[in-house]
Design a protein around this ligand. Structure first.
Ligand code: ZN
Length: 377
């Protein structure tokens, strides 16, 4: 009767692909019997005469060798039952380094699996949460974006935008906006941003902030404002959109999972490429209602810290909505709902009473300079 092969034997005079054989394990070694028409002869090998290595891709197989020189024989064991029997019978000294190798493979495989498992888990989890619109996960992802990336991204879009516009380089309007910005940014604790505020000549009644601290104020807004405090109110709101990283949050929501994953793997170029594709959509971003309220509340506090009369923005909004609501872009990006106005006023009322310090400029002459620069153009 021919036993079924459970191992392959290699060596001189044997086929290159190995000779099938049947191995049985005994208390002090193994016996190898030829199967079928084999050039092998039955042989018993003592444990003391052999060496054992781990084999196979996963190191879960055994390679047994014995003999010396040209008569070296190598047995390749891959039958699980045979391997178990061999492990049980073999002296532990013989198996020690095999077990060590197997343990290493097991550990490496386990940590690989854990790593992949958690990576897949994160991606799937983010996908699900983005799908269901959770702002929390977006905030979580955005908090992990280095500020430098944010700046690079914002600056790219900022320069693209400014290159197509008339930017006021100096003059009373630029000095006024700089004074407001300096007074406020001096009061921001641990401010990681270097704010850049540009005054752009345009009838557009609006201002916006890009991620990374790049702010644009249109002369149209400055002409509609009746005081520097009104402009400062809008500016403070915009600075706080930056400080709360609202633009980045919006961006991540718009870009979706691809962006989040590229952020996670640290693909800065991918992130900037995506931002560029979006281009100026970034500048006209509509923030969420919660983000607006957050920028309102923190904006008012920043004004108070800088001792700038903090009710400027609400006055500006209320006056504009009474007089000329049409064509005011600020309203389309910042709809002033009754709830929002109510929240603003409550916040104002809750502020401790303090005297504000006026600006060094006279608002009337700032506005006159704007009309003059338009005539020049
Ligand atoms: Zn806003």
């Amino acid at each position: 009767m021919n036993p079924t092969p459970n191992a392959l034997c290699f060596g001189d005079g044997l086929p290159a692909a190995g000779a099938p054989c049947h191995v049985t394990v005994s208390a002090d070694g193994l016996t190898m019997a030829p199967v079928g028409n084999s050039p092998l002869v039955e042989e018993a090998i003592a444990f003391t005469a052999m060496s054992v290595e781990a084999g196979g891709l996963d190191h879960d197989q055994l390679v047994v060798s014995w003999g010396a020189g040209a008569s070296v024989r190598t047995l390749y064991l891959k039958d699980p039952a045979l391997i178990i029997a061999f492990r049980r019978a073999a002296p532990s000294a013989l198996m020690a380094h095999v077990e060590r190798a197997a343990e290493q493979v097991r550990r490496a495989r386990h940590s690989h699996r854990a790593l992949w498992g958690s990576a897949v888990g994160v991606v799937v989890g983010l996908g699900l949460m983005l799908w269901f619109g959770s702002d929390l996960i977006v905030e979580w992802a955005v908090a992990r974006i280095p500020v430098q990336w944010e700046q690079k991204l914002g600056e790219t879009v900022y320069q693209d935008f400014l290159s197509k516009e008339t930017v006021l380089k100096d003059g009373p309007a630029v000095s006024a906006v700089q004074e407001m910005t300096q007074r406020m940014t001096a009061k921001i604790p641990n401010n990681p941003y270097t704010f850049q505020v540009s005054v752009v000549q345009s009838p557009v009644v609006n201002a916006f902030a890009l991620p990374g601290g790049y702010v644009v104020v249109f002369t149209g807004l400055m002409k509609k404002a009746e005081s520097g405090e009104e402009v400062a109110g809008v500016l403070s709101h915009e600075l706080n959109h930056v400080l709360q990283r609202h633009g980045m949050e919006r961006l991540v929501k718009m870009m979706g999972l691809a962006a989040v994953v590229s952020i996670l793997v640290g693909d800065q170029q991918g992130l900037i490429g995506l931002a560029r594709q979006l281009g100026l959509e970034l500048a006209t971003l509509k923030f969420g209602r919660e983000q607006e309220t957050e920028a309102d509340v923190t904006g008012i506090r920043l004004l108070a810290d800088a001792r700038i009369a903090p009710d400027g923005m609400i006055r500006f909004f209320e006056r504009l909505s009474e007089k000329d609501k049409e064509g005011v872009e600020l309203f389309s990006t910042h709809p002033m709902s009754a709830a929002r106005a109510g929240r603003l006023k409550a916040e104002l009322a809750a502020l401790p009473k303090q005297t504000s310090e006026p600006f060094t400029f006279e608002w009337k002459s700032v506005q006159d300079s704007l009309s003059a620069s338009e005539l020049k153009k």
